[in-house]
Every structure is written in C-alpha cells, then in structure tokens.
Write a protein that binds this ligand. Structure first.
Ligand code: F6R
Length: 662
C-alpha cells in the first residue's frame, strides 16, 4: 500500500505550528553559538533525501574510480527514510551497491540475529535485502557471541574496518542521552568497539519496541567514539522535538563525556542534518535575538518577553528598559519606544488567551476572545487518538463544552487494544464466563472459548507474537467500555461517541501499517455527518513515529480533501489542537487557555480514572512512574503556575490549545 502522506504534496501547508517555526527559522541563519555545522530542513523526508543523495554520490564517485565505498551505518528511527530513499535510488535510478562495504555501529547484547528486535534483522528489512550489496560485505555486530569471546570479537571488528581502508562516511543518530552508537555518557573520546551497559533513558526509549522496559537487553556491542571519529565524513540525523535539547547540548555546549556527541565538535568533516523540531532549542531558532537582528513578528515578541520573564524571574508588567537592554532585547525598545509599551502589549495578548468559554461566550463581545460567540450552541467533535486522550488532555474543557450546552461528539480514532495488559482482559473474560455460568446455568461454548483464551493469555509470548484476533477484539471492547464510562461521567451520551477503529493501527503490534485513504475516508464520513463548528485534535506533530501524529495527519488530510471538494460548512469550522499526554504547548504558542477550578480538576481526575486498564499496567509508560491523571494534573497546574508567574490571575490549573487554520 502506498503511504498516502508521501504522495500528498499539499500536506505541508497544513502545518500551522510548523509554518510558525519556519518563519522564525528564516529570521536568522546566524550560527555563531554552533560548533558543528547544522543543516535544518523543513521535514524529515526532505533531510533524508539530501543525505541519501550525498551517500549515493559517494558510492558512484568511488565506483567511477574503481574503489570500494565503506559506509558506517546506524539503526533506529532516524535513518529509516534515508535507507528508503537509497532503496528507491537502487530500484528506480540504477544505484548499485556492488562496491559498498558496510559496518553497523552496534547491536544489543545479548541478542540473536533472528529476533525481530535485532539490528541485524532491522538492517535486512530496511536496506540489505532490497539492494545488491554483497552479503560478505555486510557487517553488523553479533549480539549472540559468548561472553568470553566478546573482547577478541570487538578487536577483530575494529580491525576489519581498518583493513578495508576505514570508513568513508559514517551515518549517526543521537540518543536522548547524547549517545552516538551506544556510547553512553561517560564514554571516552578514544573508546573503540566494546561491550557497554545501556543508560536507563536509552532503555526507556527502546521499551516500546520491546513491549516493556523489562524486555530490553541491558547491554550492547558498539563501535567506540574513537572508531566513529576515524570516519572521513560524518553525518548525524535528528528529527522531532524530543531530540531538540540534546542537539543543542551537542552543538552549542561544552565538549564533555557527559554528552558523547559533543566530541563530534572536534571532527573536521561533519554535519548535523535536523528538522525544525530537532533544531527547536538551538539559539538561532529558539532565541534568535541573541545571535542577530530580528524581524519582530508578534509571536516572536511574545516569545522573547516570556523568555525574559523567566531569565529575570519577573512578571511581564514589571520588566524594565534595563532588563531589555541587559538581555539583548534593546532592539525592541527602539521599535516600540519603551519597555512599558511592549509589556502592555504582551500582557494583553496573554490575557486574551484565557477563557472559561471554550465554545465561545454567547452575547459577549468576542473581539479579543479566542473563540467566536456565534453560533451560541456549536456542534463539536473532539478527536481522541486513543480512547483516553480526550479526558487526559482536555477533560476539563470537554466538561465545560458539555455543561455550556454544545452538541459534543467524541471520535476515538484507534482502538488502543495493544495497550491493554493480559491480566486486565483475563479479569473481564473470567467475570463474563462466571456470570453466564452462574446466572444462566452454564454455556458450554462460553466455557470452552474462555479456557482457550485463558490458556493463550497465560502462556509466555514469543518474540513478536501477536494476540489472537478475539483477544485483540476483547481488549478493544474493554477500552470502548472505559471510554463510554468516562463520557457518561462527563455527561456525553453514548450516541455521541464514535469508535473509528482506523485500520492503519490494527496490526496487533507496536509497528503500524501505513496510513491509507481508507482511514481518511472514515474521518471524512464522520465530519460530513456532524458538520462541526469546532474540532479538537491532539496536535502532536513533532512526535516522529507515534500514533498521535498519524491520527492528526489523517484528520488534516480529511479536512484538506473536504475543502477541495468544496463543502461550505468547513468555512465555519475552527480547529483547536491540544497536546497529548506527554507534553504541553510552549506558553508563547498557546492561543486558548481554559482555567480549571479545584473541583473541575477533581472531576477531570475521576474521568481519567474510568480508564482503568491504563492506570497501572499500560506497557509503554517508560521511566515516568506517574500515572496518567497525575501527569495531567501536574501539567495543567504547571501551566497555571507559569501564567501566574507572568502576571496573570492565579488559577488552580489550565488546559491549553493552539488554533490550526485549514
Ligand atoms: C543505532 C544507534 C543509536 C541511535 C540513537 C537514536 O544504531 O547507534 O545511537 O542512533 O539511539 O535512535 P533513534 O534514531 O531511534 O531516535
């Protein structure tokens, strides 16, 4: 099936947050804080094409002079699209890998090659089996060798690289710990291929692939920093905002063992290729006024003032001309006459984002309100990627919309079945079986099937084994019942709930299918049925490979197609994006802030608690031991605290939204 996202050239134009970031990115190309050349691309796809083109050119150049091309390769999410493009170049443009010799950076230890989680398997799937590289030219560390052989094995791996003349080009990703290869913090600049223990953060990041933290191998065999350094050319890839802070440390920070990637500052032929999200913390992107003169858009002014408040520990209205001058914002004083003028402007801007009427306040002057007042009763669809994101991320707002008499629908985009633990489903099946047995004197069919399913649930699963279809069904139903219960609590009727069960998700595995038109059509149908005045969606665009991003893109595609097909109702439809469970919008981007009272926050917690299966046994919780309601509360309270620190009224909690204009 074709990936519809890649065939849709107009997708880019939807990305409002992205556009905003890009505006800012174009403001300043000044890189004086950066000690490594960084190339920023609008999208990961674009960056990967550029890198693949460089690799292809190198392979061809070596071919032309009758030489081998020795490539150091990385695994993980970052290079997937580079390999995809290389495969395309092989299939469509005759790029041959006959002269290519590859050495992979690393492999988990212990790890058998045949495991779906091994890097050996990964490399075959994404590259080797699709191109004409000679099997004997491919080297991926073997994670299955005996412990006493490791030392000699590592030495010979290193030697083999030297024997073929060293690496012409090394491709790298970067871990959130700053690791390159699996050289975790503490690795020396002159370390070579060896076995190491994985950092807890790295283990957390791999937990999803392995179906839980406990299944991730604790070690790895990795090329060292010194081995990487010997490469004649290094290209490091980073995508998504979860890499932004480590990219900044590696590029702008001090060279230190604490951030192994910072050693790369000493390499003479290196570049980082990143997208705008991974570049988000670089000085030239985040605080461009610190590296040069700026084109002061209202958004940038707001961001600079909020940053200044944080630096000076002051609220907006207390900032003085001296604060501006001391922190490189003197230019603003020239443009706006005085700190007082800028302060008032930003203060009002922030104040106008706050509303207790997320659906608009009937009969009020709406000039400075985030939402329009008409129509007084709006049709609303809240798109919730999984069956709990609605209440986790906007439970308070959801209840307000219902209480303020809007016609609220909730659309659950995916079933969320793989996030239900076996024990949870077993408990319900057991209840169901006993109830039928005891109440209706036994049904043999129920009992027979129950025993079969129980046996499956209690058996140890094999690597990559998928649940039986009936179990996936049961898990999906369980989540539907939880969502129904949460919505009953909030006051939304069953008839207003839509379980879309988008097919791209239904693999039974962490790895999903590509998004297709079938998914988009399901969303279009619902949109056309309801014709909403307001849409809420989880705006997790920066998430490089998650379900939330795919769900959002499916919605954006649906809106785009509806727009092209000329549906008039869309002109009167506003889209608000909330953030998923993991992070909040930066304060300077928030366009609607809905305050919650202590009582509303308690109600929100109760609604979240209805999603019982997600309370303790959700397999993908990573290292954060807080459960969902705690995270939601901490985050909403933190937003309120930050608003308050800027000089706004003191609220118990705030839910935040950014508007997206189709
Ligand atoms: C993989 C490797 C690692 C990854 C890094 C980033 O061979 O050596 O250093 O490059 O962990 O992983 P992703 O790309 O999955 O974010």
């Amino acid at each position: 099936m074709k990936n519809i996202l890649e065939t849709n050239p107009s997708l880019k134009k939807y990305r409002r947050t992205f556009r905003k970031a890009k505006d800012d990115f174009e403001l300043s190309q000044l890189t004086r804080e950066e000690h490594i050349p960084v190339e920023i691309h609008e999208t990961q796809e674009e960056g990967c094409k550029v890198v693949a083109a460089e690799i292809a050119a190198l392979i061809r150049e070596k071919q032309a002079s009758g030489e081998n091309c020795v490539l150091g390769l990385a695994t993980g999410n970052s290079p997937v699209k580079v390999y995809k493009e290389l495969v395309r170049l092989h299939k469509e443009e005759g790029l041959s890998f006959a002269n290519v010799i590859t050495f992979n950076l690393d492999e988990y230890y212990p790890m058998v090659k045949s495991s779906v989680n091994s890097y050996n398997h990964y490399m075959n799937e994404v590259l080797f089996k699709h191109v004409d590289v000679k099997p004997e030219n491919v080297h991926v560390p073997d994670g299955s060798i005996g412990r006493d052989e490791i030392k000699a094995y590592c030495k010979s791996y290193e030697k083999k690289i030297d024997e073929v003349g060293g690496l012409d080009l090394q491709l790298l990703g970067i871990g959130r710990t700053g690791h390159i290869g699996f050289n975790e913090p503490g690795s020396h600049s002159n370390s070579y291929t060896r076995i190491i223990a994985l950092d807890d953060i790295t283990i957390d990041d791999a937990a999803e692939d392995f179906g839980g933290v406990n299944n991730v191998p604790k070690g790895a065999i990795t090329m060292g920093v010194g081995s990487i350094f010997k490469a004649r050319r290094i290209v490091l890839l980073a995508w998504g905002s979860n890499k932004a802070s480590i990219v900044r440390k590696a590029v702008e920070g001090r060279i230190s063992e604490d951030v192994p990637a910072s050693f790369l500052q000493r390499h003479e032929n290196i570049k980082f290729v990143v997208d705008i999200y991974a570049a988000g913390e670089l000085t030239r992107v985040k605080t461009p006024w610190k590296v040069g003169s700026c084109d002061w858009t209202p958004n940038l002014v707001r961001r600079a003032i909020i940053d200044l408040c944080e630096k000076t520990d002051k609220s907006v209205l207390k900032l003085t001309d001296k604060d501006y001058n001391d922190h490189g914002l003197g230019e603003l004083l020239v443009l706006y006459k005085s700190a007082y003028d800028v302060n008032i402007r930003v203060f009002n801007d922030l104040q106008h984002t706050i509303t207790g009427w997320p659906g608009g306040k009937p009969e009020a002057d709406d000039t400075y309100r985030p939402e329009r007042r008409e129509p007084a009763q709006k049709r609303v669809i809240v798109f919730s990627p999984h069956p709990d994101d609605d209440v986790i991320s906007m439970g308070g707002t959801l209840k307000r919309l219902v209480d303020q008499k809007h016609d609220v629908h909730v659309a659950y985009q995916v079933s969320g079945n793989i996030a239900v633990g076996d024990e949870d489903v077993l408990r319900y099946l057991s209840f169901f079986k006993r109830f039928f047995q005891e109440q209706y004197k036994g049904d043999k069919v129920v009992e027979k099937n129950y025993n079969r399913l129980k046996e499956f649930l209690q058996r140890e699963k094999e690597d990559g084994e998928v649940d039986l279809p009936e179990i996936l069904k049961a898990k999906g139903l369980l989540r539907q019942e939880e969502a129904k219960s949460a919505c009953r609590y909030v006051g939304i009727e069953k008839s207003q709930l839509h379980f879309l069960n988008l097919p791209f998700y239904e693999t039974g595995k962490v790895k999903k299918n590509l998004l297709s038109q079938v998914d988009v059509d399901i969303i279009k149908e619902l949109l056309r049925e309801v014709k909403p005045h307001q849409i809420y969606a989880a705006g997790d665009l920066a998430d490089p490979h998650g379900t939330h991003k795919v769900c959002l893109e499916a919605l954006f595609l649906a809106l785009d197609q509806i727009k092209e097909e000329g549906d008039a109702w869309l002109n009167d439809c506003w889209v608000w994006m909330y953030r998923g469970a993991w992070q909040e919008w930066p304060i300077d981007e928030i366009e609607m802030a809905v305050p919650l009272s202590p009582e509303e926050l308690r109600q929100k917690r109760n609604a979240i608690l209805r999603h019982q299966s997600q309370m303790e046994s959700a397999p993908f919780m990573g290292g954060d031991s807080r459960v969902f309601w705690q995270r939601a509360e901490d985050r909403n309270k933190e937003t309120a605290r930050r608003y308050n620190k800027l000089g706004m009224a003191e609220y118990e909690a705030i839910e935040a939204f950014v508007r997206y204009i189709p």
